[in-house]
Every structure is written in structure tokens, then in C-alpha cells.
Ligand binder design. Structure first.
Ligand SMILES: [Zn+2]
Length: 339
């Protein structure tokens, strides 16, 4: 894994290349941006580049023993810290003070076999308060020949005192072309291949993040969206069976409710776009366009916008402790009223 193997992220790469070139690599960085866009990969690539035994100071060779040891996380000067669950059944993984103390002990020595010691703290926002305060001391008095890299997709949850001592580097969403390439290569690594249609589906829905793209099952999502589109098409005061049936069935699936409502939002958004005469390019659910176009014309633009608001309000209510069945019924009755 080298800089070149991290797709996209030209700005972060440029900043780090300049720093390497000018010998001005900071002692602490914060790599931040949404999930799975290459932050951790680039942090590891920087660790390799700083310690590579090859001839290019700007790009790790990926083949020397230093690069290979970092890849396998067995290099004595490379430290990778990530949240851990204290017991298998614990609800949330955290980074505890013990891990930070052990790190600090090791940072007290000069690099053992590399040129620089590199510390990567993945999901740094999950340091508990004791760990974060302890880590702050390391940032305040950085050990020599050491580069600290905090990686976070929720930097607003980090202590401001930590943030202020790191050079922030923002990572951006990946372009659809890069997402497509990454998905294809990840499936290939697993010995599977995707059809063009499946690749398009995952890429379209990725919202710039690879994990999200990989998590979804095409057939299940298609079935769900068709079901939701049926509701949007047919629900009315004459068809209250749809209201009660839907609310009853989904109220029990509490884990999936928010994503089902997200699907509703996506579909209603597309219907509103069709209703206002927009072309295909902005439509998310393109595979359903033949079904959606006639449905879009059955209601006014305002009616679709009212339904959108009803779904949003339901999402907000359900993020609290609201009674799911009641709120879903209420939402669908608002759909009927908007008709
Ligand atoms: Zn190397």
C-alpha cells in the first residue's frame, strides 16, 4: 500500500508529498472526513514512506522489509491503535488509557530500526476521556523522531485541545469512478465478480464511501424499494389496509426503520424531481424510472414535498423513544392527506 495505491484524495496526498519533499512533516496530523475514503490507508502509506529503504523519498517501495513489516503491523517503530471492546458482549469499542500508557512507554526510546516512529490512532474520537487526556500530554511534548496521526470520521467528538495540536487534513468523498474501481477490485480479491448492473447499483448508492457501497445487497434493496413504491402509489383513505399493514409490519423491525425511511426519502425525492420535469441525470433510483414516471404525475409537487416532510418528521420522532407503529401510521395518513 503506497500513496499511489490510495485512489482519489489528491489534496491530502499533495500536502503530504510537499511535507516529505521539504522535510517538514508535522509531528501530529489529524486525518478527518467520512468513513472509508482512504484516511487509514494514507496514514499507513505515510508510515511506510517515512521508513522505506527504497530510493524514492516520496513513495514507499512496498517491497523492502520495512514496508512489509509495517503492512503486517509487526514493525517495532510502527504503532497502530484502534478501539477495542473490553468484553465480547460490550456495546461499544473504546480506546482505553492502558493502550495510551503502553504507547508512551515505547515512544520514550529512539526508533529501533526505522527512521521515524509512526503512531496511527484509528477512530481517535473513541478514546475515552482518560485516554484522550493522557494522549494530550504526548501531543504537548512530542517525542523526537515521531509522527502521530489521528484518524477520525467524527472529529467534532475529539477534545478541542487535541484538535488544536494537530495539523488537520481533510479527506473528501470519493468520485463514482474511484468507488467503482475500488468495489471491483475488492470483489476481485475475494474471487467474485459483479455484473455491470450490480457495479452501477453499488456505485450509485455509495455516497462517496466504500463500506456503505459494499454493505448492500442488490436483490434485497430492489425488493424493498418496489414495496415502498407500491405504498406511495396506492395508499389513500380508501386503502387504510395499506396504512395499518405497513405500520404493523415495520414497527417491529426497529434496526432497519431509519434506513427504510431513508429509502422513502430517496424515492419521494425522485418522484418530486420527475414531477417538476427534471431529466434522468439527477435521479437516484434510475432502475425504477419506468415505474416512477407515471406515479410521479399522480400527485402535485406540493403533495410530494408534504410527504417528504412527513417522513423527515417521523425519522426525528423515531430517533427518540416514540412509539414506532403509531408514528408510522401517522406518517402514512399524512401521505393520504397529501394525495
Ligand atoms: Zn519500502
Amino acid at each position: 500500500m503506497s500513496f499511489n495505491s490510495v485512489l482519489g484524495q489528491s489534496q491530502p496526498k499533495k500536502i503530504l508529498h510537499n511535507a516529505l519533499q521539504n522535510n517538514s512533516v508535522a509531528h501530529a496530523y489529524l486525518f478527518y472526513g467520512q468513513e472509508s475514503v482512504g484516511k487509514k490507508k494514507l496514514a499507513i502509506a505515510l508510515a511506510k514512506t517515512l521508513n522505506c529503504k527504497g530510493s524514492d523519498p516520496l513513495e514507499a517501495c512496498g517491497e523492502c522489509d520495512s514496508c512489509l513489516k509495517i503492512e503486517r503491523r509487526v514493525h517495532p517503530d510502527f504503532f497502530f491503535i484502534e478501539p477495542e471492546k473490553s468484553t465480547p458482549t460490550a456495546r461499544e469499542a473504546v480506546i482505553k488509557i492502558d493502550a495510551i500508557r503502553e504507547l508512551q512507554k515505547k515512544l520514550g526510546f529512539l526508533p529501533y530500526e526505522g527512521k521515524k516512529k509512526v503512531v496511527v490512532v484509528d477512530s481517535a474520537e473513541l478514546m475515552n476521556p482518560q485516554a484522550a487526556n493522557s494522549f494530550l500530554k504526548t501531543l504537548e511534548e512530542p517525542p523526537s523522531a515521531t509522527v502521530l496521526i489521528l484518524v477520525s470520521s467524527n472529529p467534532n467528538r475529539l477534545l478541542p485541545t487535541l484538535l488544536s495540536r494537530c495539523q488537520g487534513i481533510q479527506f473528501h468523498r470519493l468520485s463514482p469512478t474511484h468507488i467503482r474501481e475500488i468495489i471491483q477490485s475488492q470483489y476481485a480479491e475475494a474471487g467474485e465478480s459483479l455484473t455491470e448492473v450490480e457495479l452501477d447499483f453499488h456505485t450509485q448508492r455509495a455516497q462517496g464511501s466504500v463500506n456503505q457501497a459494499m454493505a448492500e445487497n442488490l436483490a434485497e434493496m430492489e425488493a424493498l424499494r418496489e414495496q415502498l413504491l407500491d405504498v406511495l402509489e396506492n395508499v389513500s383513505f380508501n386503502r387504510m389496509d395499506i396504512v395499518f399493514g405497513f405500520a404493523k409490519a415495520w414497527a417491529r423491525q426497529t434496526n432497519q426503520l431509519q434506513s427504510v425511511l431513508n429509502e422513502f426519502l430517496g424515492l419521494i425525492r425522485d418522484l418530486a424531481l420527475y414531477r417538476s420535469g427534471c431529466g434522468q441525470t439527477d435521479i437516484q433510483n434510475r432502475s425504477l424510472s419506468a415505474k416512477m414516471m407515471p406515479i410521479a404525475q399522480t400527485r402535485s409537487l406540493k403533495a410530494w414535498m408534504d410527504q417528504f416532510t412527513a417522513v423527515r418528521n417521523t425519522q426525528i420522532a423515531l430517533s427518540g423513544n416514540a412509539n414506532a407503529q403509531l408514528f408510522l401510521e401517522n406518517m402514512l395518513i399524512e401521505f393520504c392527506e397529501a394525495a
